[in-house]
Design a protein around this ligand. Structure first.
Ligand code: SAM
Length: 288
């Protein structure tokens, strides 16, 4: 155990993870959340909101590559992209790598997260905030999707856990709003927690999304600092074929996009939709 000061995650009551703190770069209550950014020898700069790890410099690429390239390459011709949340800027960074995307709208509730991550996590946005296709809206995501007249091909809900301001992004109102502003053939994805520890979140999202979309499932990846195993990403479309386009088609699109990744590749894309039996059984129970 280190003799350094430590930051302890408070997401789970009876167990959790800690990070030795080398240096606190920022710690304030924004208008909406308690925001801390600190340096840790193992994971680089770490950002947490309301006691929950949101992102670290060392492993953020896994999450952001999987939340972006899976829906965009499955869609194949996305032009309008909506990011809900995403204040650290890394989801935007990955979306801007797709040159055929024409507009990227990001709806973030907390202007403080955007400004402090721009300053203290510059590698996350990597200059993507200056992309001419980008538009930032400071609002609650559920307000935006229920009121906008814009239509999108891919919606990425890069939200916090369903506590505090993030709670509204796990409601039927939000999912209904996303459905109404998706173009035909559109894809909705959302971070949906670590299913071994937060299985109820996945079951709840699956049930709610099932009211609005014909094909609802999950895909997964293990992100080390999302403690406790694989993270599930909610997947919702009206076209079941989008879930399994075939690795060859994904490979061709990936090659054409000219993107190189550190975690994502077409084989991982296909394999990510294979889910553990305990989750499949739990979802089957919920649907019966
Ligand atoms: N990768 C993280 C995860 O999986 O937990 C999420 C990272 S990102 C920092 C989460 C963002 O969602 C934060 O910037 C937070 O301010 C934003 N957020 C939370 N609730 C929101 C809401 N209702 N509308 C829009 N943005 C929201």
């Amino acid at each position: 155990m280190t003799d350094k000061k430590v930051w302890r995650e408070t997401l789970h009551e009876n167990f959790g993870q800690y990070f030795a703190i080398d240096n606190v770069l920022y710690h304030e209550k924004t208008e909406h959340q308690d925001l801390v950014i600190f340096e840790n020898a193992a994971f680089g700069r770490v950002m947490a909101l309301d006691g929950v790890v949101q992102t670290t410099e060392r492993d953020e690429f896994i999450y952001h590559e999987m939340m972006t390239h899976v829906p965009l390459l499955a869609h194949g011709q996305a032009k309008q992209v909506l990011i809900i949340g995403g204040g650290d800027g890394a989801m935007l960074r990955e979306v801007t790598r797709h040159k055929n995307v024409e507009s990227i709208t990001m709806v973030e509730i907390d202007a403080g997260v955007v400004s402090f991550c721009r300053q203290y996590l510059p590698n996350h946005n990597a200059g993507s905030y200056d992309d001419p296709r980008f538009r930032l809206v400071i609002d609650d995501g559920v307000n935006f999707v229920t009121q906008t007249t814009q239509k999108f091909d891919v919606i990425i809900s890069d939200c916090t856990d369903p506590i505090g301001p993030g709670e509204s992004l796990f409601t039927s109102a939000f999912y209904e709003g996303c459905k109404r502003c998706l173009n035909p053939g559109g894809i909705f994805v959302a971070q949906n927690g670590v299913c071994f520890l937060q299985q109820d979140e996945a079951i709840d999202s699956h049930r709610k999304l099932g009211h609005y979309f014909a094909d609802v499932s999950f895909y997964q990846a293990a992100i080390p600092t999302y403690f406790g195993g694989i993270m599930t990403f909610a997947w919702a479309t009206d076209n079941p074929a989008l879930r399994h386009p075939g690795t060859e088609i994904i490979q061709a699109r990936f090659q054409k996009a000219g993107i190189t990744c550190r975690y994502y590749n077409p084989a991982i894309h296909t394999a990510a939709f294979a889910l553990p039996q305990y989750l499949q059984d739990a979802l089957a129970c919920q649907s019966s």
